[in-house]
Design a protein around this ligand. Structure first.
Ligand SMILES: Cc1cc2nc3c(=O)[nH]c(=O)nc-3n(C[C@H](O)[C@H](O)[C@H](O)COP(=O)(O)O)c2cc1C
Length: 307
């Protein structure tokens, strides 16, 4: 990999910026973020529905989800969702897909307390099984939760509150499930996420890709790659990551590398760029890179070991 030119950084400490200056930097850099579409009720049972992208899942056993209503920057006042979960510690966290994103955004408008954003944004209420807030019928998945804890991170404008939620019941729309209880089909989920400013991203089509998990085996690691591969000015960091994810024992044997010479594409290359020709190494590296782009890591290794 070609050494990177040293980047320059804008470095800041908390006191250097106001909350309003931190907002676009934090929201823009910690991105994309999943979105909790949180349904709550107040003490009188009035329903509220608002999106929160300071959100994630933090435990399988029990299933725990956490989101954070942040005090309004304008006046430091608290969000209705926070007031509601203090009064009635229950919430439904609905997951949103691309088909709902414009309506979800509408539900983030600052309607007065007691206004039901299901009605304002045009969503359908479905009664929950175990908690008082209703869930969003249009959502591809929803988690009925009890609120275990509310952690006040600080006070004043921009202060966050971790709402720690334990899911007591979950709903997954049938069509998003992979066969054999293997999880969720990301293409069917068509998830959206929040970035900084008005930006969102959609997890679909070519933006979805797989990376082979390293914990299925113990790859040799970047530091064990032969120097001529590690310092190649053709192979990228992603290429090297794939190569280093192969364990030593799984590398092709010399006999397999030898046999590889008879593959038509390889035979053609070796004929055109014979041993000792200045370009042979480069051509084999480019071929390896092509294999890596197709996820054919063993073939990539064979091409590199031929050099
Ligand atoms: C996609 C999206 C994500 C949001 N994430 C957050 C968040 O994580 N924390 C927050 O305080 N406000 C967030 N907001 C803004 C709230 O949704 C907005 O302040 C809303 O009016 C709060 O409603 P409530 O006062 O009825 O709870 C987000 C808005 C959108 C559109």
């Amino acid at each position: 990999m070609t050494p990177l030119a040293p980047a320059t950084f804008h470095s800041v400490s908390p006191a250097d910026l106001t909350p309003a200056q931190w907002m676009p930097l934090l929201g823009g850099a910690v991105a994309p973020r999943p979105i909790a579409f949180a349904s709550t009720v107040d003490a009188d049972g009035r329903v509220n529905l608002s999106p929160y992208s300071f959100f994630n899942v933090f435990s399988y056993t029990p299933p725990m989800l956490v989101f954070s209503p942040v005090n309004r920057l304008r006046d430091g006042s608290e969000k209705h969702t926070l007031l509601n979960v203090r009064a009635v510690p229950e919430v439904v966290i609905n997951i949103c897909d691309y088909a709902m994103v414009q309506q979800l955004s509408l539900a983030s408008a600052e309607y007065p307390a007691g206004v039901n954003e299901f009605a304002k944004a045009g969503f359908t209420e479905l009664a929950s099984d175990q908690v008082r807030p209703p869930r969003v019928a249009e959502a591809p998945a929803a988690f009925e939760c009890v609120v275990e804890q509310i952690v006040e991170l600080s006070q004043g404008p921009g202060a966050g509150h971790l709402v720690v939620c334990r899911a007591v019941r979950a709903h997954f729309r049938q069509d998003i499930l992979l066969p054999g209880a293997a999880g969720i089909d990301p293409y069917k989920l068509d998830a959206v996420a929040r970035l900084g400013g008005d930006w969102y991203s959609r997890a679909s089509g070519a933006s979805l890709f797989e990376v082979v998990r390293p914990n299925r085996r113990l790859g040799m690691g970047h530091d064990q790659l032969p120097a001529r591969i590690r310092t190649s000015n053709i192979l990228t960091g992603n290429d090297l990551g794939q190569l280093a994810n192969v364990e030593h024992e799984a590398l092709p044997t010399p006999a397999q590398v030898e046999e590889f010479k008879t593959e038509p594409m390889v035979a053609y290359l070796l004929n055109k760029y014979p041993a000792g020709a200045p370009d042979q190494q480069q051509q084999l590296t480019l071929l390896a890179q092509q294999f890596l782009a197709e996820g054919r890591v063993v073939e990539a290794w064979k091409a590199l070991l031929l050099g």
